[in-house]
Design a protein around this ligand. Structure first.
Ligand code: NCD
Length: 320
């Protein structure tokens, strides 16, 4: 059976730590200018990256990860426009085609929740791995792993942390995957801060209850940020909104509330602890001001770098 990366629940903390150790080893090789050795990891293996939704970091980092491991990489962005999907071909037939073309792994981003699972059912008999690079409002497991790797490297631990999540918690698949995956560590408390219509959904809250983790909804940014170790801020996922009315309500909440959800220098100086970290999956739109980018607590570009390492480890885990 092929190994797939489909959701955050498939990783327990031991498995996550093994992946992180692989990521550390890869990092050491890169730091010591021994990248050439990495090329011998998966030589000649074929990686298709099939992105039916826009991407910058996830696509580039998976493709770079494949290349640095010696794989042949073939990719398409906007597959709904640049592949036969535009002619009405189904995802199942697209996946089957890549499998027939001797893919070893397929990185898939799609707008429908559950699409990665569906792809894995097709690819499994071929022994081809599917890596979920985001399925609609569902999950984004490789992002959650790189986020947790960043937290571990910042604090040297993954327990007893207060985590504040803000922004679009209803539609953001990265924050959904992160909260689910973090819930398997000891004593993590969550604070959620978002407009009412974008609150964290019940399935994730039920997951937290099941794992005995504490969570609360905050009424103000101050309440969310003060005392938090990890601040994970997210963009409003406008592409997932179903009606203009809802968009209108969101913008009223965001802007009429005097930038109620925007983190700027003032918020960093007044409420964020000196040893806290500020994370974001990127892209940032308005929710973090540019002036915060060079604050030593801002980790979003470190997350990007870590994404490459973790995705190399994931490809190695699936294919070796
Ligand atoms: C995120 C995504 O596509 O879910 N981007 C990413 O992969 N880093 C977050 C977003 O688009 O807001």
């Amino acid at each position: 059976m092929a190994k797939h990366i489909l959701n955050s629940s498939q990783f327990d903390s031991d498995k996550v730590e093994r992946l992180f150790q692989m990521s550390d080893e890869i990092n050491q090789k890169i730091d010591h200018k021994r990248e050439k050795e990495l090329l011998r990891t998966l030589p000649g293996n074929i990686l298709f990256s099939f992105f039916c939704e826009e991407s910058t970091r996830t696509r580039f980092s998976f493709e770079t990860a494949g290349m640095l491991l010696g794989m042949h990489v073939i990719g398409t962005e906007n597959a709904k426009k640049f592949s036969s999907m535009v002619k009405g071909e189904s995802l199942r037939h697209s996946i089957r085609t890549m499998c027939e073309l001797r893919a070893n792994a397929i990185v898939l981003r799609h707008s429908t929740e559950g699409s990665a699972k569906e792809a894995a059912e097709i690819a499994d008999p071929y022994g081809v791995s599917i890596l979920n690079a985001g399925d609609g409002k569902g999950e984004h497991p490789s992002q959650a792993l790189l986020d947790i790797y960043t937290i571990r490297n910042s604090f040297d631990k993954l327990e007893n942390l207060a985590v504040a999540c803000g922004g679009d918690l209803a539609n953001g698949r990265t924050v959904r995957s992160l909260v689910r995956m973090l819930s398997s560590y000891d004593d993590i408390s969550f604070r959620f801060f978002s407009p009412r219509e974008l609150q964290m959904k019940q399935d994730v809250l039920d997951h937290l209850e099941k794992h005995g983790q504490r969570w609360r909804v905050c009424k103000t940014m101050e309440e969310a940020l003060k005392g938090a170790d990890v601040i994970y801020w997210t963009r409003s996922q406008l592409e997932r909104f179903t009606s203009w009315q809802k968009i209108g309500r969101y913008f009223r909440a965001l802007f009429a509330g005097n930038g109620k959800y925007i983190i700027g220098k003032h918020e960093m100086e007044t409420w964020v602890k000196p040893d806290a970290i500020l994370m974001h999956p990127l892209p940032i739109k308005d929710e973090i001001e540019a002036g915060v980018d060079n604050d030593s607590r801002s980790k979003y570009f470190e997350q990007v770098k870590n994404g490459l390492l973790v995705r190399m480890a994931l490809l190695k885990y699936c294919l070796q």
